[in-house]
Design a protein around this ligand. Structure first.
Ligand SMILES: *Cc1c(COP(=O)(O)O)cnc(C)c1O
Length: 428
C-alpha cells in the first residue's frame, strides 16, 4: 500500500503541531514510519488520504463500539447542531442521558458529565479526597487514568511507549501523594495501606486493565480491593473509561458483581464526541459544588452535541441486550483464529482476552501486570504491525494497546484478519 499523501500531510503537520499529532499514541514512534491520515470511516473500515481501506481495530481507542459513523449517533448530532451548539445553561437532554446512565450502571445515583476521561478521573480523585479528608491515593503500575498530574506515574501505554513513565512537569509534592502498587497483587496493596494508615483517600484501578495490553483481574483481586477499602475507610474508584458500556451494560461492576464507590466513564459514553463522566451514590456526589464544597466545573460540560451523541449511543446499547454477547463471541472467534495461526508458525505469544477487548503479546509468559506486559518482544511487534498494515489491517502502533472489537466487524473481516496474521507471522 502507498502512503504518499499521508506522509506529505504528516510533514506539514510536524511544522505546526508538536510531533505532528494531538495525542502521542497516534505517532508511529514505537513502530517506525509515519502516521496514517484518515479521511473518513464507516462501519468497520477506515479510508485514508491515499485511498486505502483499512479494517479498524482501534476504533478511536474504544468509543466506536457499534462501528464508525453509526447512523443513530450521526443523525442525533446533526439534528441537535441545528438548534445551537452550546448554551452554558441546563438542557433537558442532560437529564435524559444522566437518567439512562444511572439506570444502566449498578450502584450509582448521580452522574456528572465532563469533557474527557482525564477530567473524569481527575475530578473523581478530588471528590474522594474531599469526601474522606485524606490526601493520598493508590494507583497501579501500567494503569492509565488520563494525563492529569497525579496519575502520570507509571501510566501505561502512551507514557511507556514514549519513554516517560514519570513525566517531567509533575512536581515532587504531587507525586508523593500517589502510591504505586502492582496490578493483581493484593499483598502489595495491603502493605501500602498499612504503611499509610488513615492517609489514603482512594484506590483507583482499571477493573480490567486495558492500557498495558488487556489484563483481566485475577480471581479475588477486585474483591480483595473492595474489602481493603471497606475496612480502611478508603473509596474504591473504578476507572471504567475503557470498560464502561463495553464489557457489559453496567460495566465491570455488573460483570463481576463488585461495587465501586466512584465510577469514571469516557470513550463509549460519548459515542465518539468528547465526553467523560463520573458517578457515585448520592451521599458522595452531593459533596460536589454547587451542593457541596468540592469544586468542579466546565464551560462545555454537558454540551448538547456531545450529549446527543452519547444518548443515542447508550440508547442503542440499552435496547440491544444481545450486543455484549455478540461482541464477546466475535472476539473469542478472532482470538481462537490468531492462536491457531501463531502456533502453526511457531511464534512465542500470549493472548489476553475479555469481552470485546483482546491483546497479543509476543512472549509466552502469562501477562498479568506491567512487568510481564513489558517483556513482549517489540521487534516482533513492529514486523507484526507493519505486516498487518500492508494487508489493510490497522491495529494500534504500540505493543501495549488493546484491540477493540466492534459490532460492525463481520466474520469475513475476522477471517481476513486471521489469514493476514498467518501470512505475516510466517515472515517473523
Ligand atoms: C482513555 C482512558 C482515560 C483517559 O481518557 P481521555 O478521554 O483520553 O482523557 C482514562 N482512563 C482510562 C482507563 C482510559 O482508557
Amino acid at each position: 500500500m502507498l502512503y504518499k499523501r499521508s506522509s506529505q500531510l504528516f510533514a506539514e503537520a510536524e511544522k505546526v503541531i508538536p510531533g505532528g499529532v494531538n495525542s502521542p499514541v497516534r505517532a508511529f514512534k514505537a513502530v517506525g514510519g509515519t502516521p496514517i491520515f484518515v479521511k473518513s470511516a464507516k462501519g468497520a473500515y477506515l479510508y485514508d488520504e491515499d485511498g486505502n481501506r483499512l479494517i479498524d481495530y482501534i476504533n478511536s481507542w474504544g468509543p466506536m463500539i457499534l462501528g464508525h459513523a453509526f447512523e443513530p449517533v450521526v443523525r442525533a448530532v446533526i439534528e441537535k447542531a441545528k438548534l445551537g451548539t452550546s448554551f452554558g445553561m441546563p438542557t433537558e437532554l442532560e437529564t435524559q442521558i444522566a437518567a439512562l446512565a444511572v439506570s444502566m450502571v449498578p450502584n450509582i445515583d448521580k452522574i456528572r458529565f465532563v469533557n474527557s476521561g482525564t477530567e473524569a478521573c481527575m475530578s473523581a480523585v478530588r471528590l474522594a479526597r474531599g469526601f474522606t479528608k485524606r490526601d493520598k491515593i493508590i494507583k497501579f503500575a501500567g494503569c492509565y487514568h488520563g494525563h492529569s498530574d497525579s496519575f502520570l506515574i507509571q501510566a501505561g501505554s502512551g507514557a511507556i511507549t514514549f519513554g516517560s513513565p514519570n513525566s517531567p512537569g509533575v512536581t515532587a509534592g504531587t507525586a508523593k501523594d500517589t502510591l504505586l502498587a502492582r496490578y493483581n497483587d493484593l499483598e502489595n496493596v495491603k502493605a501500602l495501606i498499612e504503611a499509610n494508615i488513615n492517609e489514603i483517600a482512594a484506590i483507583i484501578v482499571e477493573p480490567v486493565a486495558g492500557n498495558m495490553g488487556c489484563i483481566p483481574p485475577n480471581k479475588g483481586f477486585l474483591e480483595g480491593l473492595r474489602q481493603l477499602c471497606t475496612d480502611n475507610g478508603i473509596l474504591l474508584i473504578f476507572d471504567e473509561v475503557m470498560t464502561g458500556f463495553r464489557l457489559a451494560r453496567g460495566g465491570v461492576q455488573e460483570l463481576f458483581n463488585i461495587t465501586a464507590d466512584i465510577v469514571c466513564f469516557g470513550k463509549v459514553i460519548g459515542g465518539g464526541l468528547p465526553v467523560g463522566a463520573f458517578a457515585a451514590r448520592a451521599e458522595i456526589m452531593n459533596y460536589l459544588a454547587p451542593l457541596g464544597p468540592v469544586y468542579q466545573a466546565g464551560t462545555l460540560s454537558g454540551n448538547p452535541l456531545a450529549m446527543a451523541a452519547g444518548l443515542a449511543m447508550l440508547q442503542s446499547l440499552d435496547s440491544d441486550r444481545a450486543i455484549f454477547q455478540r461482541l464477546e463471541e466475535k472476539t473469542a472467534y478472532l482470538g481462537a483464529g490468531i492462536d491457531r495461526v501463531l502456533k502453526a508458525n511457531n511464534v512465542a505469544f500470549t493472548i489476553n482476552r475479555i469481552g470485546s477487548m483482546i491483546s497479543v503479546h509476543f512472549d509466552t509468559a502469562p501477562v498479568v501486570d506491567f512487568q510481564t506486559a513489558a517483556k513482549g518482544d517489540n521487534e516482533t511487534f513492529k514486523k507484526f504491525f507493519h505486516g498487518l498494515l500492508e494487508e489493510g489491517i490497522y491495529i494500534a502502533p504500540s505493543a501495549y494497546e488493546t484491540w477493540f472489537i466492534t459490532d460492525a466487524l463481520t466474520y469475513d473481516d475476522l477471517d481476513f484478519t486471521i489469514c493476514a496474521i498467518d501470512k505475516v507471522s510466517k515472515t517473523f
